[in-house]
Design a protein. Structure first.
Length: 385
């Protein structure tokens, strides 16, 4: 199965080959008889797409089957259907077919348009916000990169392996500058020159220097996993500002990675959610200013002109209409072949222009600015200016 990441999302939002078919389905994870139900649901979705391609977009039957042919081949792939996750996302266009099993339980959607439908994916990408775990002991050091879904070890060539490796190097530097004692004691100069706490501080400074370029570029929270006294010393010497106050206590080196991930997630998840909460609070603070825009038409205009800083989606589907070449938005009550989902367009333009997108529960926007958003609560945004 293909990996799904930021590069994949970029490929989808930049794709312009029409027609573009997007299928989202909830699926079951390896349960008896559920794989057959998932397969039938997917077949029905393809049949719906075929009808829409013919009736709403005027495609001949032969062209429809050529377009959907690669997706229909999945129906006979028993291994594929016996290894599902919580959701299935499938994207089909001329000379383009991608299917992704994702740990997100999607609402069922079959959408035929000029662009792939993106909003249902935003919940998944919110779960990919990164954090790091630094597992520390005197004899071993490991750094992990994680998100809500997984945790994986990173191999950094400059990261010290253990305290003796650092102290040998540090002793050499002291000798080179004439600061170490001479004689037989030189072999154990590290022990003679430093207290135990100073040895650890030196060790941790080297670790911090190795990690700092990566951590500062990511600007992601760091969770320490170590015994308490090591945690205290590391915090004193580190120059990284996003070390979380709570740590994973105990010796983590031989802790199974799934357990380490679970314990780290308990600590970091509130902070991962804090950016979303802070953005929503900021939206409320700006609610009586011109930096707030709401409703599909006005939000799309702002997204088209690269003005959106933060987009809030309270719905995965929006009104249908047209964005003209002059930047005018028309909402159509009747169905027209060239209509597009306006919330989808706003999401695509926001992402292409470097804005951030958050999904909200129904009513969250109204709870912040109840009067201005009455009847228009499916989408709103904070403008850059």
């Amino acid at each position: 199965m293909l990996p799904f990441n930021q590069e994949t999302l970029r490929e989808l939002i930049d794709h312009e080959g029409r027609p573009a078919v997007s299928i989202y389905l909830p699926t079951q994870q390896v349960k008896p008889l559920q794989d057959e139900q998932d397969r039938i649901r997917f077949k029905n979705a393809l049949d719906q797409a075929a009808v829409r391609l013919q009736q709403q977009h005027g495609f001949a039957f032969g062209n429809v089957e050529r377009l959907l042919g690669p997706a229909r081949l999945l129906l006979d792939d028993t291994k594929f259907w016996s290894n599902q996750s919580q959701g299935l996302a499938v994207f089909i266009a001329p000379d383009f077919f991608k299917a992704y099993r994702l740990p997100v339980s999607f609402d069922e959607h079959v959408i035929v348009n000029h662009r792939f439908h993106i909003p249902p994916l935003m919940t998944f990408f919110e779960s990919l916000r990164r954090f790091f775990v630094l597992a520390l002991s005197q004899n071993e050091v490991k750094i992990f990169k994680g998100n809500k879904l997984e945790l994986e070890e990173i191999n950094l060539s400059d990261l010290p392996h253990d305290i003796q490796e650092v102290l040998r190097f540090d002793d050499f530097e002291k000798k080179r500058h004439g600061t170490a004692n001479s004689g037989a004691g030189m072999i154990h100069a590290g022990e003679e020159l430093y207290s135990k706490k100073e040895q650890l501080a030196t060790f941790f400074r080297h670790i911090d220097e190795a990690l700092l370029p990566m951590l500062t570029s990511e600007k992601a929270p760091l969770v320490l996993a170590c015994v308490d006294y090591l945690s205290a010393i590391y915090r004193q010497v580190s120059r990284y500002s996003l070390i979380l106050e709570q740590a994973i206590t105990g010796n983590p080196i031989h802790t199974p990675i799934k357990e380490l991930h679970s314990r780290a997630l308990e600590i970091v998840e509130p902070m991962l959610l804090s950016d979303r909460d802070a953005a929503l609070e900021h939206f409320g603070e700006l609610s009586n200013t011109e930096r707030i825009v709401y409703g599909a038409a006005d939000v799309l205009k702002a997204a088209y002109t690269s003005r959106i800083e933060t987009l809030f989606l309270a719905s995965e589907m929006g009104p249908r209409g047209e964005l003209t070449t002059e930047g005018k938005v028309e909402i159509h009550a009747d169905s027209r072949p060239d209509d597009e989902d306006l919330i989808n367009l706003a999401t695509i333009y926001t992402l292409q222009n470097g804005g951030q997108v958050f999904t909200l529960e129904s009513g969250e926007l109204q709870s912040v600015t109840p009067t201005r958003l009455t009847g228009t609560g499916e989408v709103a945004a904070i403008l850059r200016y």
